[in-house]
Design a protein. Structure first.
Length: 256
């Protein structure tokens, strides 16, 4: 039994890395039980990405790079490490929501290969805000923000949130993660966040809570408009949570 559990965790982790990063790891299994483990481990993959990006940011600063340049390169590296999939999902989701259409009509807009004005604005503003926030971010801030961004995926895949389509990534992962697992993942990320603001230990968990609430509200709106979640919605939730967390954590730099 233990070997079976260990294998399931290992397969789920490989699927999470394959789905959420460009790292050359192949998934051994692709089914809903494995997807449940993968989506549960998404915050761990986010923290791993955060460590890499924190290294990029701190390395550039150590070499004398201006803060804004280091921040912009870090954000660009984050997009490269995830194939830009989350940004693409953000753009498609915002385009569909901005169309004021619902159901199949909105889903059809999400499937179009082009990006509309709402999507372009969403990507541009998101990258701008993230880069600006990273000019004041510490290494732990970066790790926390990227972990919280992937916590959004765990939240979006909790049981009770339906898929919008019968096929695709959303259908595979929707409603796979039990609520106790979601709460445990959120508690672990919140604990990590306390280290990002040691002078104000409440601020880190508050940032994670703000990001999580943002995701829940976004999911509620998407379920109402689309009938459920899609892979694009997961991307939108990820970028939204990452951005909210960065902003909330860097507010500390405005204190006297």
């Amino acid at each position: 039994m233990f070997d079976g559990f260990r294998l399931a965790v290992f397969d789920g982790f490989r699927l999470a890395v394959t789905t959420l990063t460009v790292l050359p790891v192949r998934a051994a299994r692709w089914d809903r039980p494995t997807a449940a483990v993968a989506m549960s481990l998404a915050p761990l993959v986010g923290a791993m990405l955060g460590v890499i990006l924190a290294g990029v940011s701190e390395g550039l600063r150590a070499l004398g790079s201006p803060a804004l340049v280091a921040a912009a390169v870090t954000v660009a590296a984050g997009a490269l490490l995830t194939r830009g999939l989350h940004l693409d999902g953000l753009a498609d989701t915002v385009d569909a929501l901005g169309s004021y259409r619902s159901g199949a009509d909105a889903l059809q807009i999400m499937k179009k290969p082009d990006i509309g004005p709402f999507g372009v604005a969403a990507i541009g503003l998101t990258l701008l805000i993230q880069s600006a926030a990273l000019t004041e971010a510490t290494a732990l801030t970066v790790v926390t923000a990227w972990a919280t961004g992937r916590l959004a995926i765990t939240i979006a895949c909790r049981r009770g949130v339906p898929p919008a389509r019968e096929e695709g990534l959303g259908a595979m992962v929707a409603s796979t993660v039990p609520l106790p697992v979601v709460l445990t993942a959120a508690a672990l990320v919140a604990a990590l966040a306390t280290a990002a603001t040691p002078d104000r230990p409440w601020q880190g968990p508050a940032a994670v809570a703000a990001a999580s609430i943002t995701v829940v509200l976004l999911l509620r709106h998407c379920v109402r408009r689309f009938g459920g979640i899609t892979g694009d919605v997961l991307g939108a939730a990820t970028e939204s949570a990452t951005t909210v967390t960065l902003v909330a954590l860097t507010l500390s730099h405005g204190y006297a």
